[in-house]
Ligand binder design. Structure first.
Ligand code: E4P
Length: 213
């Protein structure tokens, strides 16, 4: 499983990229709104920093509007992936982008059937949202396994992005369940690295080194 960072904050993206494990970035309208900057300018900054896929979401609700917006976003850089919501209009737009060789990430996926439809429309990625399912009392992790099994059984190459990841256990479970990618809020990278025995071990090694005779 590869790692994307789920943020529109350029400092977080630079820090995540410096770790050497960053395969891409996802943004959404809420994350961009928090930054208070021009969307297109920020996407240019992000694509200058990161070589991998950078998801930029359309806000139109009709296919025609999504296609117009998506073409403008895709013109910013070759690694832009147009993020499209999982709706009937979204499917039409995904098909059009696929015909234009523009990569797409179908977002707000909450069922295996939605993922299958998105893949058949030509989506490059589907994003099942773990945390938001957990929030309404449903376990999000089995959804990843279902989608992975269906894609595997039917030879579908669309990649699964585990999204709405809230904690390290989600990351392990997404990897075991067959997600190709997990997109993580920046703070989770720090949580994944941390282990109290690692910290204790470093402290002991340094103490022993400094107290040697
Ligand atoms: C994914 O692409 C989304 O931007 C994101 O993971 C949503 O997460 P949230 O449910 O924490 O807002």
């Amino acid at each position: 499983m590869k790692f994307f960072v789920d943020t529109a904050n350029i400092e977080e993206i630079r820090e995540a990229n410096a770790l050497g494990i960053l395969a891409g970035v996802t943004t959404n309208p809420s994350l961009v709104a928090k930054e208070g900057v021009s969307f297109h300018d920020r996407l240019k900054e992000i694509t200058d920093e990161v070589d991998g896929s950078v998801s930029a979401e359309v806000i139109s609700e009709d296919a025609e509007g999504m296609i117009k917006e998506g073409k403008e976003l895709a013109a910013i850089a070759p690694n832009i992936t147009v993020k499209v919501p999982m709706t009937l209009e979204g499917l039409k737009a995904v098909k059009a982008f696929s015909d234009l060789n523009i990569k797409t990430n179908v977002t707000l996926v909450f069922s295996a059937n939605q993922a299958l439809l998105a893949a058949r429309a030509g989506a490059s990625y589907v994003s099942p949202f773990l945390g938001r399912l957990d929030d309404i009392g449903q376990n999000g992790v089995p959804l990843i396994s279902e989608i992975a099994e269906i894609f595997d059984r039917h030879g579908i190459e669309t990649e699964i992005i585990a999204a709405s990841v809230r904690h390290p256990i989600h990351v392990t479970e997404a990897a075991i369940s067959g997600a190709h990618i997990a997109t993580l809020p920046f703070k989770i990278f720090g949580q994944l690295v941390k282990h109290p025995l690692t910290d204790q071990g470093i402290e002991k090694f340094l103490n022993d080194w400094n107290n040697q005779k």
